[in-house]
Design a protein around this ligand. Structure first.
Ligand SMILES: [Zn+2]
Length: 277
């Protein structure tokens, strides 16, 4: 392991530990965050930097305005919701790419990973900042006002945050590849300059597909006790919630995987077009 990726490992471990202590990550979520970083660092410095960026940013964004979000989402104070399943939905394809790149390194895998991180960063920024919006969010499929945290809910703040998050992932990748090339005194690929734009488009379209699929197909539940929408059959309060819509097998994690696949593919497509200019 390179010394810069080792230093980042310590940052990720510290962030995950603090997130666990503050109730942002569950113990398995914190362990998964560190494991995902360690796996990504095997694929290269830029992959490590991008993964660390997502893990640390998701913790900071989740901690920001935590009290307001807790009351809006009916999330019990100190009850962590970033579990390993949650992380698997956002970075599952990223881990498949980590394995593929060990077999054979190609630029397409690099671009796809940037797109996966862009979608994950867009999604967490939109969710965490959108929940703080003064206006209730609207369901993406039909524009009807819905409650905070409902599957497929979008807000204006959330959309702007999604664009900023995905662009940031692309910019981080561009700076990362530039420094790597500079250090190795290697030839610089001009197509890489398109990374921020490609990641912006990929992450934004990826997170919109996530919201659209969430609005039309994701299973929805309702907790009679808290009078709130729940994303799973067991509400945060620990009581059973009744199924009120969507397909039972379409979970938030599955929706996340689909959005992430779309985001990665769009990023790859734009980068391939850019490479041929
Ligand atoms: Zn409840």
């Amino acid at each position: 392991m390179h010394c810069s990726t080792l230093a980042l490992l310590l940052v990720v471990i510290l962030a995950a530990f603090l997130a666990y202590r503050r109730g942002i990550y569950t113990a398995d979520g914190a362990a998964a965050g560190v494991a995902v970083y360690a796996a990504a660092s095997l694929a290269g410095t830029v992959w490590a930097v991008l993964t660390a960026l997502y893990v640390v940013a998701s913790i900071l964004l989740s901690g920001y305005g935590a009290e307001v979000k807790a009351s809006r989402l009916g999330r019990l104070q100190g009850r962590a919701y970033h579990t390993w399943r949650h992380l698997a939905g956002r970075l599952g394809w990223g881990m498949v790419l980590v394995i593929l790149v060990q077999l054979q390194h190609t630029d397409v895998l690099d671009y796809a990973f940037v797109g996966v991180i862009a979608t994950a960063l867009a999604d967490v920024a939109a969710t965490e900042l959108g929940t703080l919006s003064a206006q209730p969010p609207r369901r993406l499929s039909d524009g009807v006002a819905t409650s905070y945290g409902a599957p497929g809910a979008v807000s204006q703040i959330g959309l702007v945050a999604a664009a900023a998050g995905s662009w940031l992932a692309g910019l981080a990748a561009l700076v990362g590849y530039f420094i790597v090339a500079l250090r190795a005194r290697a030839l610089w690929n001009d197509a890489l300059l398109w990374l921020p734009m490609a990641a912006l488009a990929g992450g934004f379209i990826g997170t919109l597909s996530d919201s659209l699929l969430g609005a039309v197909a994701q299973s929805r539940y309702y907790c009679e006790h808290c009078r709130m929408i729940s994303r799973s059959a067991t509400h945060w309060c620990g009581l059973n919630a009744s199924h009120t819509g969507g397909l039972r097998w379409v979970t938030g994690e599955l929706v996340g995987l689909v959005g992430s696949l779309v985001g990665g593919s769009v990023t790859v497509l734009i980068m391939l077009l850019a490479s041929n200019i």
